[in-house]
Design a binder for this molecule. Sequence first.
Ligand code: SAM
Length: 188
Amino acid sequence: MRYDDASYLTRWQRGEGFPSIHDNLYALADKHLRGTPHRSFCDLCCSTALLGQRFLEGYPGSRVCGIEGLASSVDQARAVGVAYPILNRMVTPATLSEVALWWQTHRVDVLLARRCLPEIFAADRSWGPRFVASAVLSGVKVFVVQGRVPTSRATHPIPDIDAEIAVLGPGLRLVEKAGQCAVLVPVT
Ligand SMILES: C[S@@+](CC[C@H](N)C(=O)[O-])C[C@H]1O[C@@H](n2cnc3c(N)ncnc32)[C@H](O)[C@@H]1O
């Protein structure tokens, strides 16, 4: 089933929970964030926004915002009642300053990026460190990422979590990697 299958939204609307495709990222994030003061999440490439919604419900008192390039996904999220603000914008070098302003406006300190960085950086991996520097300057203190499922015949330039970590560059330190998920923090 695709990550944006409409049945995920229907099930959430009926109170039947969140997509299990998000379980691994949520569990790793939760292991590192529960009990810490981090309370403003940005779900980057949020699609129909259920990962961010899961953090909103799982962390009472938290704030969540999202960014998604595909307008129809944002519309789907809003139509079913996802309540947090979503910036409908493609994240590119040209929009980075606007994205940074969004992070600052929402005081984002945790960036969630599930199956997102391979999309953003597929065409050009060179601006990963600039992306990280901008996020850190905007207040992001924790990056939680999940990469593509590795396959033996992968042709994508960012095929797995190790490649994603490499794209992000030397400004981040790996705290934990679990399967295709990782938690990273800025190098101080
Ligand atoms: C593989 S999906 C993952 C969606 C969601 N993070 C999840 O795990 O369920 C990638 C998403 O990134 C969005 N996307 C692709 N390139 C983007 C970009 N440069 N800026 C913002 N969103 C982008 C796509 O529209 C799609 O919704």
